[in-house]
Design a protein around this ligand. Structure first.
Ligand code: BES
Ligand code: MN
Ligand code: MN
Length: 467
């Protein structure tokens, strides 16, 4: 595409300033204290789509946060790309662990990013990655090189399970009709090793509550004679893994799709240093299911993790008490063929079954989502691979991601199109953690690579049609 590199180079400071303005808006979807700011963020995104030449931009109300829709249709005979992203972000806590305030973006140089990285909540997940698509469209419209139709659907509830987006997609399937869905909300292997995410894990998220006596008790007067809900909950949770770190819920692995040896050896070829991995996390050893490598454990194997646990006295000093209740939030990452509704039921039945007499157990399901895998023998994947080859000088490696974007499976089911995940984030970007950041290199490379996807997708689609 003509003038692409020069355009990005010429406008990079403005691209950064605009992203910084977007990052200043605290669009935390999980916390209603940020409601006003989240709605302002939707308007910001809508305006940015208008500014880069979308002919139709709508802020679509839902039962939750609005979905921003934008489109530029140049010719109904040409292919249509649907871009999905999210403008909501994770809560910033624990705030005290941030080196600079989460919603006051700053650019700092790091060892990995000598050219600088933007530090702010949402810098990578997903405002920075989503905004690359807006700026890529700006390049194509302002230089008259948009080769096909484009639709944007940017939601504000991804971090809380995308419940309303599912309904929106079902109700607007015609309007959202497309030839390929393009998402940048994942990562790549390293700064100089591009990869295309070919799979996402599913998710089942539950909250459990164990209730013992009808009130908090003196741990001396009653200790040893009644079930302590915290002791019981800890024991129940500990029993959910066996000595090989396999999950003990009956039926949990029944439908898990095992990879062939060929697939596993292909995965093992991706560059990875276990030493660097351990060092970056400050751990002496890795941990996980016996018989699988670290990269298999975090992408193609299911997991069960406690995300939070509470109960009893956690204030200053000591209080001798047996709490009446103990609770935990538990997530299970799922892999192809495991159905999240089914897994949630299996969990619930098992957890109720293992509760000893003397306590009462309540399991409350939260959100869930199905896993996703995409083949690589399709036009979208090939176009993405070519785009990376042009900007990185390397063929990208297909990589299964461990995270979840629950809506992707639904896209395929309802819109019947493939999703291509061109992620530009790095594992070290600290998404969902304090000091989240996004490399300026990654941001600008994304803006440069995306228009080439459009070009190659159109080229390859037309070639297919003429065969
Ligand atoms: N962008 C992430 C998902 C992701 C990150 C996938 C890196 C692959 C690599 C997304 O915003 C996210 O955080 N999803 C949640 C699920 C949601 C239901 C809360 C997740 O994976 O925990
Ligand atoms: Mn995300
Ligand atoms: Mn996220």
């Amino acid at each position: 595409m003509k003038g692409l590199k020069t355009y990005v180079e010429t406008h990079k400071n403005r691209f950064l300033d605009e992203l910084i303005s977007l990052l200043r808006l605290p669009s935390v979807s999980a916390d209603s204290a940020y409601k006003k700011d989240t709605i302002v963020t939707a308007k910001f995104v809508a305006n940015s789509l208008k500014d880069v030449g979308c002919d139709l931009v709508e802020i679509c109300e839902t039962a939750g946060y609005p979905i921003v829709y934008g489109e530029k249709i140049i010719d109904s005979k040409l292919p249509t790309i649907l871009v999905y992203g999210h403008y909501d972000v994770q809560p910033p806590d624990p705030i005290e662990l941030w080196d600079s305030p989460p919603f006051e973006p700053v650019i700092k140089k790091t060892e990995l990013h000598p050219e600088g990285a933007i530090f702010a909540r949402g810098a990578c997940d997903d405002k920075g990655q989503m905004y690359m698509h807006v700026k890529a469209l700006e390049f194509m419209t302002s230089t008259n090189q948009l080769p096909c139709n484009v639709k944007f659907m940017i939601e504000g509830e991804e971090e809380v399970g995308s419940d309303n987006l599912g309904l929106f997609v079902k109700e607007n399937a015609k309007k959202l009709a497309n030839d390929v869905i393009l998402i940048s909300d994942t990562g790549m292997i390293s700064k100089d090793t591009p990869s295309i995410t070919t799979g996402l894990r599913g998710l089942s998220y539950v909250e459990v509550e164990v209730t013992g006596p009808n009130r908090d008790l003196h741990s001396g007067i009653y200790g040893g004679a009644v079930a302590n809900p915290i002791n019981i909950l800890s024991k129940m949770i500990a029993s959910l893994h066996d000595d090989n770190n396999r999950i003990t819920i009956p039926g949990f692995y029944d439908k898990v799709q095992e990879l062939t040896n060929e697939e596993r050896s292909a995965m093992a070829e991706a560059p990875f240093s276990l030493e660097a991995y351990k060092e970056s996390l400050g751990i002496e050893a890795v941990f996980g299911e016996k018989g699988y490598t670290t990269n298999e454990r975090n992408a193609i194997r299911p997991t069960l993790d406690v995300n939070g646990i509470w109960g009893g006295y956690t204030g200053e000093g000591a209080k001798t008490v047996i709490a009446s209740k103990a609770s935990a939030k538990i997530s299970m990452r799922l892999v192809p063929n495991q159905d999240h509704h089914e897994i949630t039921k299996l969990f619930q039945t098992h957890f109720e079954n293992i509760a000893p007499k003397g306590v009462f157990v309540k399991v409350t399901p939260h959100h869930g989502g199905q896993s996703y895998v995409t083949p690589i023998d399709n036009t979208g994947y090939r176009a993405a691979a070519r785009a990376y080859e042009a900007t990185f000088g390397k063929t990208p490696i297909p990589q299964r991601g461990g995270g979840s974007i629950p809506i992707v499976a639904l896209f395929e089911e309802i819109l019947k199109s493939k999703t291509i995940m061109m992620g530009f984030g790095l594992d070290s970007d600290a998404i969902h953690s304090p000091n989240e950041h996004y490399g300026i290199f990654n941001y600008l490379k994304g803006i440069e690579t995306i228009p080439l996807f459009y070009k190659y997708f159109v080229d390859l689609s037309q070639k297919n049609n003429s065969l």
